[in-house]
Design a protein around this ligand. Structure first.
Ligand code: S3P
Length: 426
């Protein structure tokens, strides 16, 4: 399955209950279980490459894991030195959060990943960790994996981050839980807050006041986690865009996390004219529910705020922008350049191949809405670029290559896509 041809489609109406489970919450659930006394219980864990790598790492760190394919039970009596090199695969979340978790653990650990992850910047976590006493190193002065960690005692800190990154914030919160005093972490804009919500739910003393999080180190192990992982809004969003760009189409996306720090892209799509509503059906750790999306003609939009809340959805959102009336602009999104690919470059290149006029900026792009044309687009090994251009194909037909990456986050993507269009692999 190295490339796929998708056909243009016409109106569809589709309820999706099998959207991939949330990646951020799945990673965190297995990691946080290592901080608890007693057995944590995780249902609906994302069984995709990135998160299965985190589960494997947790096993290598000595956790007892029972997995019947439905429920994962994890018990741990503390992090143990691993015989294996810890392989995070393609996952920045995995690597950056494990840095926080392991920097105070007893022993020596090596974290690595695939060729894409080994090229992504790690100094954003290694530098603040080293400042508080962690013993970490990696290529180019600790910026690139493989990273080595020798667990050490960590000093309390008040850290002001210059980037709105939930990965950096979560890494530092995990470090703070074992530091020698009360710590605070301030970010420039609120990033996704699953770590705070889940750890608070497990009994950690974490207080959030605006952009500052105060963390009291753990005096004893936390209570076990018991969670059913909701569907991932970033995965659901591909089908939201599919409905929003296909005349007379509609979808219902079931059991998605409705955490406000995660659904901003839906709000933008709504602002562009799509008909979107939300129904909360549950609230454990965070609100969960269904999202209803129906087609309506789209108009352009400027996206320059709350970027951290829609950073993962920007590639798919740019497909909607390409079909909208008028010029859409994305600004303040330089972080896109250090994702699984340089997503400013890959979005711009892909849209130009589809005949759309695009201007590239250092921190975003301008898209002149028009008619998407069938093209051949390579994903550059980036799952969200692959799925975004496949969805663009629903409008005009598309060939997309380098597809293995889709397994990192959404293994059943094609099964769902086949319900709305013809898909041919070669
Ligand atoms: C994630 C945070 C975001 C996001 C990534 C998952 C997380 O990254 O892009 O896909 O689970 O914490 P940054 O925090 O680095 O922006």
């Amino acid at each position: 399955m190295s490339s796929v041809r998708v056909a243009a489609t016409e109106e569809f109406s589709f309820t999706i209950s099998e959207i991939a489970s949330d990646k951020s919450i799945s990673h965190r659930s297995v990691m946080f279980a290592m901080l608890a006394e007693g057995e944590s219980r995780i249902e609906n864990f994302l069984r995709a490459e990135d998160t299965m790598n985190s589960l494997e790492i947790v096993k290598n760190l000595g956790a007892e894991v029972e997995d019947d394919g439905e429920v994962i039970k994890i018990a741990s009596d503390g992090i143990k030195e691993s015989f294996e090199v810890l392989d995070c695969g393609n996952s920045g979340t995995g690597m950056r959060l494990f840095c926080g978790l392991l920097s105070s653990a007893n022993g020596h650990f090596v974290l690595t990943g695939d060729k894409y992850l080994r090229s992504r910047p790690m100094k954003r976590v290694t530098a603040p960790l080293i400042q508080i006493g962690a013993k970490l190193d990696g290529r180019q002065d600790g910026n690139f994996a493989p990273l080595s960690i020798r667990g050490a005692s960590l000093r309390a800190f008040d850290y002001k981050s210059t980037i709105a990154s939930a990965q950096v914030k979560s890494c530092m919160i995990l470090a703070a839980l074992r530091a020698d005093g009360i710590c605070s972490y301030t970010e420039p804009e609120l990033s996704r807050d699953h770590t705070e919500r889940m750890l608070q739910g497990m009994g950690a003393d974490i207080r959030v006041d605006g952009l500052t999080t105060t963390i009291v180190p753990m005096q004893k192990p936390l209570s076990p986690l018991s969670i059913r992982v909701p569907a991932d809004p970033s995965s659901a969003f591909f089908f939201a865009v599919a409905a929003a760009i296909t005349p007379n189409a509609s979808v219902v996306l079931k059991d998605v996390t409705l955490n406000p720090t995660r659904i901003e892209a839906f709000k933008v799509l709504e602002h562009m004219g799509a008909d979107i509503s939300y129904e909360i059906t549950d609230n454990k750790y965070e609100p969960i529910g269904d999202i209803y999306v129906s087609y309506a003609p789209l108009h352009s939009v400027v996206v320059s705020e709350n970027i951290a809340w829609l950073i993962d959805e920007l590639p798919a959102l740019s497909i909607a922008m390409a079909t909208a009336k008028g010029e859409s602009v994305v600004k303040n999104a330089e972080e896109l350049r250090v994702k699984e690919s340089d997503r400013i470059a890959t979005v711009v290149e892909g849209l130009r191949a589809c005949g759309i006029e695009v201007d590239e900026y250092k921190d975003g792009y301008k898209i002149v809405g028009g008619e998407l044309h069938s093209a051949k687009v390579d994903s550059d090994g980036d799952h969200r670029i692959a799925m975004s251009f496949i969805i663009a194909g629903l409008r005009c037909g598309m060939e997309v290559s380098d597809l293995e990456c889709i397994n990192t986050s959404f293994p059943n993507f094609f099964e769902l896509l086949e319900k709305i269009t013809k898909v041919e692999f070669s």
